[in-house]
Each structure stands twice: as structure tokens, then as C-alpha cells.
Design a protein around this ligand. Structure first.
Ligand code: ZN
Ligand code: ZN
Length: 251
């Protein structure tokens, strides 16, 4: 199909979406919410839990109580993480977690501006002042991407890139093994499993000397993003940090 026809069909599909979906929150089906708001109303917005300090200095895990010093959580002390730090916009629970699941697994793509907005709101101010060179979405295995029809990390990276005017490169690292569901595995098994999941991509040379921001939707133990960061570092990246929309809480 020629590219111009694809573009026309795409814009028709988008107008159809606006026609079929009235300005109603697609989460509670009650409040008013527009397409640019990702169809989440202001009432539902109140359920969003932004990650606030104190957090683990390394992985961004929120910690209850007072901490005045630099603090690293037990998970980070146990793991050999290859990113300098990971940060997330919001807690992966309740409404946000459900919206992420619907977006990812049921292709409720109309929630995307809402999720990208959360990431941009928290990540953009920090990233703008830190001198990063480019964004790299965590790759999906081709088999998984074919099933899901899109890579959620690529979509998020594209939105963030536009907001902070940084390039995206999704050819620096690739996923070589489709990893099975990791929830049954211990932390150590997860990271061992993950270590072999990524390999340098066709553009790996472009990582040399660069300060790279890895993008994903959810971070839990950091095993996936750390394995990905390890490949980028091995390709010569100077530094790798991680930003995700949501942070899975371990407890
Ligand atoms: Zn609502
Ligand atoms: Zn930590």
C-alpha cells in the first residue's frame, strides 16, 4: 500500500475515532474528557499517585519515612544494575495500572495521550537540564510485537522526544529471546533470564559516547531495563538512565 494512502486512511481512522467517542472519560464513563486528554477526566486524575521523595537514589522506589541521606534500597544493593538511575512518573497501581493494561493488551490506544502526558510531565523538566543525547525505547521481541501490533515503549519515547526535542533511536538494541512471564521467578532468576534477552541492534555503533535515556512503560525490579542498559554500555554508551511512566511497587 503506498505511504500516502496509509496516511489518508490513518487520518480517516482518527476522525472516525473522534466521531465515535464522545468527550466522555473512558475509565469512569461519567466525567468529561477529550481526546487530547487521553479520555481520562479530572475526577479520575485524582487517583493518580505521583512518585514523590524520598525514593531510592538508584531505582526510584518510593520509601515511606524520613531519609535525609542518599539511600539505596535492598533490591539495588542485591542487583548489579547497569543504569545510573531509574525514575518513574507514577505508582503502577489501581487506575493507572488498569489503564496501562487496557492500552497494552486490549489496544485501547485512546488512553495513550494520558499515559504519555504523565511521563512528559515528570520526565521532561528533569531531562531538559541533564544533557542527555537520545532516547531508546526498550525493544519487544518481534514475535510479541506482532501479537500486540505495537511496542508501547516506542510510542512513549516518540511522545517524549517531541516534547523535549531529543532524537529517538530504536535500532541500538534488539530483543533476541521472547522472555516468558517473569512473575513466578525470583529476582536472581529474572536478571539471569534477562541478561541473555538483548543484543546489539543494527545501529549499535551510534551508542558510542552517548548519554542515553531508556524508555519503558513500567519498571518493577529493573532487571529488564538493566539488561538493556548493559548492552548499550557494551556498545560504548557513556551513561544510561531510565524513565518509565509507572513504578511497580514491590511491597
Ligand atoms: Zn473519569
Ligand atoms: Zn533501589
Amino acid at each position: 500500500m503506498p505511504a500516502s494512502l496509509v496516511r489518508i486512511l490513518k487520518s480517516c481512522a482518527e476522525s472516525a475515532l473522534t466521531l465515535f467517542y464522545p468527550d466522555v472519560c473512558q475509565y469512569c464513563q461519567e466525567g468529561r474528557a477529550t481526546r487530547t486528554e487521553g479520555y481520562v477526566c479530572s475526577g479520575c486524575w485524582r487517583h493518580v499517585r505521583f512518585i514523590v521523595p524520598p525514593t531510592c537514589d538508584r531505582c526510584g522506589l518510593p520509601f515511606e519515612g524520613e531519609i535525609s541521606d542518599v539511600f539505596e534500597c535492598a533490591n539495588c544493593r542485591e542487583m548489579d544494575l547497569h543504569f545510573v538511575h531509574a525514575r518513574s512518573a507514577v505508582a503502577a497501581k489501581d487506575m493507572v495500572l488498569e489503564i496501562i493494561h487496557r492500552w497494552k493488551y486490549q489496544r485501547h490506544l485512546w488512553f495513550e495521550p494520558f499515559l504519555a502526558g504523565l511521563l512528559i510531565r515528570e520526565a521532561a523538566p528533569a531531562l531538559r537540564t541533564q544533557g542527555w543525547d537520545l532516547l531508546v525505547p526498550v525493544p519487544l521481541h518481534s514475535q510479541k510485537q506482532a501479537e500486540r501490533e505495537f511496542n508501547q515503549a516506542e510510542h512513549l519515547a516518540a511522545h517524549l522526544a517531541k516534547a523535549i526535542a531529543l532524537p529517538v533511536n530504536n535500532r541500538l538494541v534488539r530483543r533476541v529471546t521472547p522472555t516468558r512471564t517473569q512473575t513466578q521467578l525470583s529476582r536472581r532468576e529474572r536478571s539471569e533470564n534477562m541478561r541473555r534477552a538483548f543484543a546489539p541492534g543494527p545501529d549499535a555503533g551510534a551508542a558510542r559516547g552517548k548519554r542515553i535515556v531508556l524508555i519503558d512503560d513500567v519498571l518493577t525490579t529493573g532487571a529488564t531495563t538493566s539488561a538493556c542498559a548493559q548492552v548499550l554500555k557494551a556498545s560504548g554508551a557513556r551513561e544510561v538512565c531510565v524513565w518509565t511512566v509507572a513504578r511497580g511497587l514491590l511491597h
